[in-house]
Ligand binder design. Structure first.
Ligand code: FAD
Length: 283
């Protein structure tokens, strides 16, 4: 199966992110969303991983299943905090044996109760090094335009990110709501001599309460005017507003020459298909 680094080199890419559902009904929605989004001919898709391995089997089965039945690659997200080196090596060997050659290497989050993280890893860069040492994987990493919330200073975070990206093939960003933080990150990386492709992650805000919770956790600034319009909208109006806002953001990013667009689908095809359609038409 293709390496994402080669797809990006021939870009621009279009990619969709899914999460492993917990119920049979969720599984059916995921399959429906994948089927509908197939029509947009994505360059690749990705499947998230529950921190500490809580979705280890489900993520693996979805990624392997998509790889076996589609022409495009499915990338496995993989977090390292809480895992041993042997556990990660075993999972990577299984992926390679099943034709999965693209991994998004992440730290994940330490335990929420504040207890010290167990396992052999602390930072995503250590996972990137391990993946590089065991096989021919294309490796992506996460980037935070508005600075990672565990960072003490912007400067240190950018320096760690640039060093991590130098070992990786590409990075995908946390979502953001206006182009400025993304462009600032791109300029900072440029100044630090980092030329690794940076894909913007875009989320359609279909559920403002849950997106705000994630935004607060991840330090993403929520534009107050857009938010008050969303909160006052009916469910149908909200979909229109979310799509309109995301299409506008994507079109500004495309004008800035981004190497692709990564959509957080939340396992629903409707809004993502419309945003992706506009991107394909050169939004
Ligand atoms: P790192 O790159 O390790 O950075 C974490 C913190 O450590 C930062 O503050 C950084 O500045 C600092 N740091 C890095 N290196 C050093 C160093 N050498 N010395 C000192 N400080 C350092 N989480 C999941 O659980 N599952 C998923 O599937 C998932 N998918 C994601 C997909 C994307 C596109 C993004 C953007 C995030 C995703 N996350 C996921 C969230 C991610 O795991 C968390 O945000 C996590 O807290 C940080 O992960 P990281 O890989 O950016 O960590």
């Amino acid at each position: 199966m293709a390496h994402i680094r080669d797809l990006i080199a021939g870009g621009p890419t279009l990619s969709f992110e899914f999460f492993p559902p917990k119920t049979d009904e969720g599984q059916r929605s995921l399959e429906k969303a994948i089927g509908e989004l197939d029509l947009l001919e994505p360059s690749f898709v990705s499947v998230t991983y529950g921190a500490g391995g809580s979705t280890r089997e489900r993520t693996r089965d979805i990624v392997v299943g998509i790889t076996a039945t589609h022409d495009y690659p499915a990338m496995a997200h993989l977090t390292c905090i809480g895992h041993t080196r042997a556990e990660i090596e075993e999972l990577l060997a299984d992926y390679a044996a099943n034709g999965v050659h693209n991994i998004l290497a992440l730290a994940g989050d330490p335990p929420v109760d504040g207890s010290p993280a167990t396992g052999d890893f602390r930072y995503a860069s250590e996972l990137v090094q391990l993946i590089r040492s065991v096989g021919d994987f294309s490796v992506g990493v996460a980037a935070f335009p508005e600075v990672h919330p565990r960072s003490e200073t912007n400067r240190e975070d950018r320096a760690h990110l640039a060093a991590k990206m130098a070992q990786a093939d590409f990075a995908i960003t946390q979502f953001f709501f206006d182009p400025v933080p993304f462009l600032r990150l791109r300029d900072d990386l440029d100044r630090l001599g980092c030329a690794t492709p940076l894909l913007p992650g875009i989320i359609p805000v279909l559920n403002p309460a849950s997106v705000r919770r994630f935004a607060d956790l991840n330090g993403a600034r929520v534009p107050p005017r857009f938010w008050s319009r969303l909160e006052a909208a009916t469910p149908d109006e909200r979909v229109e507003l979310a799509v309109e806002h995301a299409v506008e953001l994507v079109s500004e990013l495309v004008a800035e020459g981004v190497p692709g667009v990564h959509l957080y689908t939340l396992n629903r095809a409707d809004a993502s298909a419309r945003i992706a359609g506009a991107f394909r038409l050169g939004a």
